[in-house]
Design a protein around this ligand. Structure first.
Ligand code: SAH
Length: 399
């Protein structure tokens, strides 16, 4: 039987609203001595069952797996994963209808949004890349991989586990990253997004190897690219760049501080547009490049890494977004379009908009909001966990 966490009187309210986290300050006492990553039952002060979840060290003490009094085992993982897959089948109608451009890179599990806090699974063609953000998911990884292999039978051959960056100390204790199933895939495997092809570097790349969350925003960018001079700042593996090229951009410059990312960007552009002289890529710091560049660009993408990983970093992050956007407003050509993003979970839509507003005001330019962007449907947000909406974007027309 699972150990029991008793909440303080009155602290059961957020669980009553299905919010999936228990903060350490809400806990009265714990019966037994659970280890980090164990499943625990959460009870109210008067002994009423509330939830089962993974216990962890830190301000979030329990991440809820179920509000029903169940055992967390094969059936649980299978059900959650197969529901997640059903959701994706309704999102990606083209898988069955055959209409539209093919896409075989998608997020199968988006943490709380799929009732699996602490777990991310991205699928790239025949390979699923699994990432644990909690010790509980790490401890359960083999059970999850077994259920995943059943759910995606015939769809994927390989399951690669990649948690060295999200759970450094645990992953190194237990042998680090590696294949839990299959393993014939190499870093050269190619996935398809809206008909464009790219190498996915799941062995060495950031996150699970590619940023699938920008898929729809890239497609929107394509529609604005015709005849424009494009700067893709923080390009990583070049996602926005090859959409801009397909959209008919006059030139596309990709910039990232990581030279490995720049190498992959070049390879991806080559894969889709061999020998196309419109593209150039630079391994350089964003602020340095923005300072030294001229004023030729009339379409700029700013998709920086999360400036705030924690609440404490919020103030500095907002200053960072303001400074970055100010540079773009300063240099973008009249009639230019700016795609600007924040992927920091703690930065709200309003925070971000205020930072960009301040940058615009500093530049004195007339700026209109054309689109307000977010993450795509395969990164769903639980209605009970609005914090799950992490990606915010604005498309701006700069007069
Ligand atoms: N737009 C990308 C994802 C960007 S992720 C896509 O569509 O796939 C953020 C990127 O910013 C990473 O590749 C990281 O290497 C890069 N980066 C981080 N700090 C940077 C800096 N100071 N200057 C330039 N690039 C930076």
């Amino acid at each position: 039987m699972y150990n029991t966490v008793y909440l303080k009187k009155g602290k059961e309210e957020s669980l009553g609203r299905f919010h999936p986290w228990v903060f350490s300050g809400a806990i009265h006492h714990i019966d037994g001595r659970p280890e980090e990553g164990d499943v625990v039952r959460v009870l109210s002060a008067d002994g009423r069952f509330l939830a089962v979840g993974h216990v962890q060290i830190g301000s979030i003490a329990v991440r809820v797996l179920s509000f029903e009094d169940i055992t967390i085992g094969r059936d649980f993982w299978y059900q959650r994963l197969s529901t997640a897959y059903d959701v994706r089948k309704s999102i990606f109608k083209q898988w069955t209808s055959g209409e539209g451009e093919p896409t075989n890179a998608f997020r199968l599990v988006h943490g709380e949004g799929d009732g699996l806090p602490g777990l991310v699974i991205d699928v790239y063609d025949r390979t699923a890349v699994m990432q644990a953000h909690s010790v509980g998911m790490h401890v359960s990884r083999h059970e999850i991989a077994d259920a995943l292999a059943e759910v995606l039978d015939g769809v994927v051959e390989n399951i690669y586990y990649k948690s060295e960056n999200t759970l450094a100390y645990k992953a190194s204790e237990d042998g680090g990253n590696g294949f839990l199933k299959g393993g014939i895939a190499t870093a050269d495997d190619i996935a398809v997004e809206n008909g464009l092809r790219f190498h996915v570097d799941w062995l060495g790349g950031q996150k699970t190897g590619f940023f699938v969350d920008q898929r729809e925003n890239r497609a929107l960018l394509e529609r604005y690219s015709h005849g424009r001079k494009v700067l893709n700042m923080f390009c990583y593996t070049g996602g926005f760049s090859f959409y801009a090229m397909r959209g008919g951009a006059e030139l596309v410059h990709s910039v990232d501080s990581s030279s490995r990312a720049i190498d992959i960007t070049r390879a991806n552009v080559e894969l889709n547009f061999p020998g196309d002289a419109r593209h150039e890529a630079y391994a350089e710091d964003a602020f340095k490049y923005l300072d030294r560049m001229g004023d030729q660009y009339d379409l700029i993408i700013l998709d920086p890494p999360a400036f705030a990983k924690h609440k404490d970093a919020l103030r500095n992050a907002l200053i960072g977004y303001r400074k970055l956007n100010a540079k773009a407003f300063e240099k973008i050509r009249p009639g230019g379009i700016l795609f600007t993003f924040s992927c920091s979970q703690v930065v709200t839509k309003d925070n971000f908009r205020t930072a960009v507003f301040t940058a615009a005001a500093m530049s004195g330019r007339r700026v209109r909001i054309l689109h307000q962007l977010t993450q795509p449907a395969d990164h769903p947000v639980s209605i009970y966990h609005p914090e799950g909406e992490y990606l915010k974007g604005l498309v701006l027309y700069v007069e």
